[in-house]
Ligand binder design. Structure first.
Ligand SMILES: Nc1ncnc2c1ncn2[C@@H]1O[C@H](COP(=O)(O)OP(=O)(O)OP(=O)(O)O)[C@@H](O)[C@H]1O
Length: 380
């Protein structure tokens, strides 16, 4: 990696978010190799855990082992209070309101690029760095967030709500690398976490059963499961334990096998009617409710000067979906987005992230999907 900031790198102090995983270990490695003054900072964001198992303590030990090999200091900070009040509270409120929140977007905005950044600055950091797969260009035109070079790992979607002032002080040293190279670099440098598996799932839930986790905090209201459209339109085919446990487009965990008169095909959540507590399901993967071409959002967050509206660009409505060409207009204090082709299963609570090619322009939380499809009419 060549130095990507102006000035003498030897005098430039970078605090790296070290999670105990391979990505942040190689982030620190690349910065050390480029000649920066590097220090690690491990943050604790979640204090409780099942059966006394404390994953964070193990991860901290791994981060410490990486720092030993790289011969850099490691700091630690506890942001579990900030995480509870600024991420987890919102996460629960959003589920309680029937939405599908994105805690990773919130965690980046509120913790990694706010609480963490401020702590690092107090430690004397000129820059912070993380192992995110995205690229930041800092030049005379300012700072721009670009997709990571490895399309399978690109994390710009999760970074699109971060304040610009934070990105202006941030380096993503892995943004130009494929993941396979990162593991190979870790192995070559003798980093003890080189074969540690990637973390999956929402950070504080990990591999646990999602519905079971949510039940500890929120109790749902039971209601009917009804068929949206097709030969069984309107028929009640089961009972659900609470709309809050489901998301639009969800396929797994519906427990709807063997419905008399229905094909042996998967069921999808088509809609959630909070008024009647009805979960609408369909076996038609292309049901109109899953193929809306319009959404509205809350107030947008632009990564740079607000663009003139209407705007032609592409928008992505979930992490692992392609961005789709669209026209963005102002609507009330938010935006209305009209897609050229339907994205799959737009879910309120997730984010619409706007791109011009690889350049991430900004984001806005989705409020509504489409003109609400009157699914009841499909029962006629
Ligand atoms: N507990 C933590 N303490 C400090 N930094 C963290 C922590 N968790 C994540 N980060 C930083 O945020 C980056 C992205 O987090 P994410 O959870 O997506 O990591 P990841 O892809 O599993 O990376 P890693 O392999 O480094 O764990 C990490 O690479 C790291 O720089």
């Amino acid at each position: 990696m060549t130095a990507c900031v102006e000035g003498d790198v030897a005098d430039t102090r970078v605090v790296v978010g070290l999670s105990g995983g391979v990505d942040s270990a190689v982030t620190a490695l690349r910065l050390v190799e480029a000649g920066y003054q590097v220090e690690g900072l491990f943050m604790f964001n979640w204090s409780e855990d099942e059966a006394g198992r404390c994953q964070a303590a193990d991860d901290f030990d791994d981060a410490a082992a990486v720092c030993d090999v790289l011969d850099i200091p490691l700091h630690r900070a506890d942001f579990s209070h900030e995480y509870k009040t600024r991420v987890f509270r919102y996460f629960l409120d959003s589920y309680a309101a029937g939405r599908t929140p994105n805690p990773d977007v919130l965690c980046n905005r509120e913790i990694k690029f706010d609480a963490f950044l401020h702590h690092a600055r107090r430690l004397g950091a000129d820059w912070i760095a993380t192992g995110h797969y995205a690229r930041l260009v800092h030049d005379e035109r300012g700072t721009r967030l670009l997709r990571g070079a490895d399309p399978a790992k690109d994390q710009s979607y999760f970074l699109a709500a971060v304040p610009m002032a934070a990105l202006e002080r941030t380096l993503f040293p892995l943004g130009d690398l494929p993941k396979t190279d990162v593991r190979a670099m870790a192995r070559r440098a003798g980093l003890p976490v080189h074969d540690k598996p990637d973390s999956t799932g929402v950070c504080f839930i990990g591999e646990r059963d999602f519905e079971g986790f949510l039940r500890q905090y929120l109790s749902g209201r039971a209601g009917p499961v009804r068929v949206a459209g097709g030969p069984l339109a309107g028929r009640v085919i089961g009972e659900h334990a609470g709309l809050i446990y489901y998301t639009i487009g969800q396929r797994r965990g519906l427990g709807l096998g063997g419905v008399p008169g229905a094909a042996q095909a998967p069921w999808y959540v088509a809609d959630k009617d909070l008024g009647s507590d009805t979960l609408w399901v369909t076996q038609d993967a292309a049901h109109p409710a899953l193929m809306e071409t319009r959404l509205t959002t809350a107030a947008p967050h632009w990564l740079g000067p607000a663009p003139a509206l209407p705007l032609r660009c592409a928008a992505q409505v979930r992490y692992r979906q392609r961005a789709i060409a669209c026209r963005v207009t102002a609507q009330d204090s938010g935006l209305a987005v009209q897609f050229d082709h339907p994205p799959r299963a737009i879910a309120p609570g997730q984010y619409a992230v706007f791109y011009d090619g690889d350049h991430c322009l900004g984001s806005a939380e989705i409020v509504t999907a489409g003109a609400p499809a009157p699914l009841q009419s499909a029962t006629a």
